[in-house]
Design a protein around this ligand. Structure first.
Ligand code: PLP
Length: 452
């Protein structure tokens, strides 16, 4: 086994040896792309990997290295890379052209949403989760005539300034350039604290909506119990406050109808992106007709009007992919594949627990459906205790697995997702390579030195 200080150097050296083309492209990319990538989470030390192709559960980087991909471009590729049914649907509509106004496909995609998503009495399609969230809160504010939104610490809702607060356990905005008046109407509460929610709704009468990601994905995948969601539903209904589920992560992934189907709790509005387009740029906001009516030019006279538009909202390939993806998810659900996928993720989580325990490395894994997040810590599990763990030990673990042909997560993300393309053999391979990495490098020492 290579010990502590040497481990870090050995992992970085192996990475550099395997990926010289990524190193060279990074240096070129830095001269043209801001930061050398198209988003901050895609960057990691010593330099990001650049990929060439994906197929099924695999990806290939520009050096020709092959990987089992458990990152799925941060989630959209729930069917796997280049699923035949999605590709065929996009091909079949190629003759339409990239964009025509009011395509039939938009109606078909909304009908598909209505079939599977309990709250989807009316739907509007957009391009990203960020836009869907912006529209959802605008609709909620217009419908209620109130300005404030309850948001929970550790919940990410996209790039809009007003939601870039409380991403970790602090009230500070995440990154510079976010003026404090942008989030003046955001009330931050602890996820899971029903008493605090009830007290807030009782005391403050300016709240339009309570917004939450049922998985609490960005904050560590701490999730929500059915009882908690039911209690939030009951309290919001009692105080006449709208409930918004941000299902950008959970939508179509926990069940075709998302968390609202799985937990049997129906919000007033929900937002979707990622898996709905299976890689194409599709997002949606869906909700009760009585609420979504604010978007309708033929709404009753004297009722509030919300302006919402987007040049790319009719994108042919996005909508074609959405129709095909939803039908695919329905078929997979009927065939029992969602249960198998969750069982595969459970098997991965259990295998990782055993592998770390065998080497005496402090470890905790959260798993919900096909998603996992890992923590190298001996602290009692919980959002606050785990929110500020030193990042480097886990990043080195992910990098060491990349050297073994396993992209379990991009090192800066800690987001693991399984797709319907992953097989039991893929899981066995990931666990085999994990055991190899933990046998080779002294992660117990790395974690001790980082003070996790
Ligand atoms: C829960 C949640 N909401 C919203 C977003 C924003 O979606 P997008 O990146 O498509 O703008 C994300 C992105 O990861 C998310 O996880």
């Amino acid at each position: 086994m290579v010990h502590s200080g040497e481990s870090r150097d050995a992992i970085l050296r192996a990475y550099r040896e395997r990926t010289p083309r990524s190193a060279a492209l990074y240096s070129t990319a830095r001269d043209v792309l801001a930061g050398g990538t198209t988003g901050n989470l895609r960057h990691f030390a010593p330099y990001p990997l650049y990929f060439k192709t994906g197929l099924g559960s695999r990806m290939t980087d520009i050096d020709g290295n092959h990987y089992i991909d458990c990152f799925l471009c941060n989630g959209p590729l729930l069917p796997g890379h280049r699923h035949a049914r999605i590709e065929q649907a996009v091909r079949e509509h190629a003759g339409v052209g990239p964009l025509v106004p009011n395509p039939e496909l938009a109606v078909q995609a909304a009908q598909a949403m209505q079939r599977v998503v309990p709250c989807a009495e009316r739907v509007r399609f957009l391009n990203s989760g960020t836009e869907a969230v912006m529209t959802a809160v605008r609709v909620a504010r217009a419908h209620s005539g109130k300005p404030a939104i309850v948001k929970f610490f550790g919940h990410y809702h996209g790039q809009d300034d007003q939601f870039l607060v409380g991403l970790d356990a602090s009230r500070a905005p995440f990154g510079a350039g976010v003026p404090s008046d942008a989030y003046a109407n955001i009330r931050l509460l602890r996820h899971g604290d029903i008493a605090a929610l009830e007290e807030t709704l009782e005391r403050h009468h300016d709240i339009a909506a309570v917004m939450l990601d049922p998985a609490m994905h960005s904050g560590g995948l701490w999730g929500s119990s059915r009882e908690y969601l039911a209690a939030v539903r009951e309290i919001t209904a009692r105080y006449g406050v709208l409930l918004v589920f941000d299902e950008v992560i959970t939508g179509f992934r926990l069940a075709p109808g998302g968390a609202q189907q799985l937990y049997g709790v129906t919000p007033d509005i929900a937002t979707f992106a990622k898996a709905i387009g299976a890689g194409e740029k599709l997002a949606a906001v869906a909700g009760r007709e009585a609420v979504m009516r604010v978007l309708d030019p033929e709404r009753p006279a004297g009722t509030p009007f919300v302006f919402q538009s987007g040049t790319g909202n009719d994108g042919t390939s996005a909508l074609a992919a959405g129709v095909a993806a939803i039908a695919l998810y329905e078929d997979l659900y009927r065939a029992g594949e969602y249960a198998l996928l969750a069982a595969r993720a459970q098997c991965l989580a259990d295998g990782l627990r055993s592998a770390f325990a065998a080497r005496g490395v402090p470890f905790h894994a959260n798993q919900i459906g096909p998603m996992l997040q890992l923590f190298l810590s001996g602290a009692a599990p919980g959002f606050e205790a785990f929110a500020n763990l030193p990042a480097e030990p886990l990043q080195l673990f992910y990098l060491a697995l990349i050297n073994e042909g396993v992209l379990l997560s991009l090192p800066t993300s800690n987001h693991i997702y399984l797709s319907f393309a992953h097989t039991d053999a893929d899981i066995a391979r990931v666990l085999d390579r994990t055991a190899h990495v933990l046998g080779r490098y002294d992660f117990a020492q790395i974690v001790r030195e980082a003070g996790s």
